[in-house]
Design a protein around this ligand. Structure first.
Ligand SMILES: *Cc1c(COP(=O)(O)O)cnc(C)c1O
Length: 219
C-alpha cells in the first residue's frame, strides 16, 4: 500500500522536485515500508519523535525537521539533521549555528514564511526575513547555510487562494535571491506543497514537497 502510494506520487513529481515523506505519528515499522520502497528523505515535526526514529532506523536516511522548533531543543537534532524547514527567528538561527559549530557541521536551513490567512501559523514576513539576512549577526554565522524558504498555504478548498499564496512565496524567494543570494548557488529551495496541494505548489515553482497522508494514510 505504502509502496503503491509512493510510486503513484513519484509519477506526478518532476525529477527536479524533492519528495519529503512526512512520517510524523507513524511507527518505525510503517515508516520502514517507505524506506524499503526506496524513500530516503523523511520529514518529522517533533524533535523527540525524530531523534527516536533516527536512532532506530538506517543511517542513510536524511531527516528533515518541518515543524516548529524551540531553541532549547536544537541540541538534540544538531548532530544529524539534514534540513530544518522551520526557521522563523534570528534567535533560533543563532542557536542552530552554535550547536552546528559544536558538532563541527554546517546545518542547512529554510526560512519559514507566513503566507496563510490563519493567524496560528508560524512564520516570518518578508520584512522580518530581510532584517535577519542583512543583520551583522547573521552575516557572521559560519555554521548555518540558508538554502531557501518554506511556507504552508491556508487550509481551504479554494484552490485559487492556495495558488496565490504559493505565488506569493515564490515571489519572496525571487526577492531574497536577488538581494542576498545572487551569487550563492545553495539558495535554491522552495519548500511548499502537502498532500492536498502539492500539484498546485509544483506548478507555482516548488522544489520540495512535504507529503504525509497521501503516502502513509490519515493520521
Ligand atoms: C504534517 C505536515 C505536512 C504533511 O501534511 P499531509 O497533509 O499529511 O501531506 C507537511 N508539512 C508540514 C509542516 C506538516 O506539519
Amino acid at each position: 500500500m505504502i509502496r503503491e502510494n509512493l510510486d503513484t506520487i513519484r509519477q506526478t513529481i518532476p525529477t527536479n522536485v524533492t519528495l519529503i515523506a512526512v512520517s510524523k505519528t507513524k511507527p518505525v515499522e510503517v515508516v520502514m515500508e517507505a524506506y524499503d520502497a526506496g524513500q530516503r528523505i523523511f520529514g518529522e515535526n517533533k524533535v523527540q519523535e525524530m531523534t527516536d526514529k533516527h536512532e532506530k532506523m538506517p543511517k542513510d536516511i536524511q531527516w528533515h525537521l518541518i515543524g516548529h522548533l524551540q531553541s532549547n531543543k536544537v541540541k538534540y537534532i544538531a548532530p544529524f539533521v539534514s534540513l530544518i524547514h522551520s526557521v522563523d527567528s534570528i534567535k533560533l538561527l543563532a542557536e542552530i549555528n552554535k550547536e552546528a559549530k559544536k558538532n563541527n557541521r554546517i546545518i542547512n536551513c529554510l526560512l519559514q514564511f507566513h503566507i496563510a490567512q490563519e493567524e496560528t501559523k508560524f512564520g516570518l514576513s518578508i520584512e522580518e526575513a530581510t532584517d535577519i539576512l542583512k543583520s551583522k549577526e547573521f552575516v557572521e554565522m559560519e555554521n548555518v547555510s540558508v538554502v531557501g524558504i518554506m511556507g504552508m498555504a491556508s487550509f481551504t478548498d479554494d484552490q485559487e487562494v492556495v495558488r496565490q499564496e504559493f505565488r506569493t512565496l515564490e515571489h519572496y524567494f525571487q526577492i531574497l535571491k536577488s538581494h542576498f543570494f545572487k551569487f550563492n548557488d545553495h539558495f535554491k529551495e522552495i519548500s511548499m506543497g502537502m498532500s492536498g496541494d502539492y500539484l498546485i505548489a509544483i506548478e507555482e515553482g516548488s522544489t520540495m514537497v512535504r507529503v504525509g497522508s497521501s503516502i502513509f494514510g490519515s493520521r
